[in-house]
Design a protein around this ligand. Structure first.
Ligand code: ZN
Length: 180
């Protein structure tokens, strides 16, 4: 059974300026694992439905250090669960790419980050693992881990660009609410 086929109710995605997105999430402990195992399929279902390629627990209002990612290369699902992820190495070389975020719907901007990172984490069974990413995976890993620290991709933009984007988002969300 693939995670995409489970009939899991979708979780509401918190949108900027929801303050939960600016809080630091706490580490997952063994006592949290039961909740985390329930949260994982719900987070994947929510991410696939959005659609998105990464989702961090604070985006669904849970302040736990938990991230799900699936870049779905060639449309084949490759779900990755990262519990308590930590960037243990980052390249000096940087790369720029356009990023978006399910918590800032329809907003995109070029973000510059280290081109390659290595991340240590626990998988959903609690086994310690490491992943190395470059390209889209490197950006996605950094973007999602940022969420656990209350950091959003707009924080990397100039104040001028950030404010333009946030004003555009606020206006679009207001228009959307008015249409409901
Ligand atoms: Zn995001």
């Amino acid at each position: 059974m693939s995670v995409a086929e489970t009939e899991t109710p979708l979780l509401p995605i918190h949108i900027v300026p929801d303050p939960v997105l600016r809080k630091v999430a706490r580490a997952v402990t063994p006592a949290d694992m039961e909740e985390v195992r329930g949260l994982i399929p719900a987070m994947f279902a929510t991410m696939y439905a959005a659609p998105g390629i990464g989702l961090a627990a604070p985006q669904v209002g849970r302040l736990l250090r938990l991230v799900v990612i699936d870049l779905a290369p060639e449309k084949v699902l490759e779900p990755i669960v990262l519990i308590n992820p930590e960037i243990i190495a980052a390249s000096d070389e940087t790369a720029s790419r356009e990023e978006g975020c399910l918590s800032l719907p329809e907003q995109y901007a070029e973000v510059t980050r280290p081109a390659r990172v290595a991340v240590r984490y626990l998988d959903e069974t609690g086994v310690k693992k490491e992943i190395e990413g470059e390209g889209l995976m490197a950006a996605c890993l950094q973007h999602e881990i940022d969420h656990l620290n209350g950091v959003l991709f707009v924080d990397y933009l100039s104040a001028l660009k950030r404010n333009m984007l946030l004003r555009k988002l606020a206006k679009e969300q207001k228009d959307k609410a008015a249409r409901k």
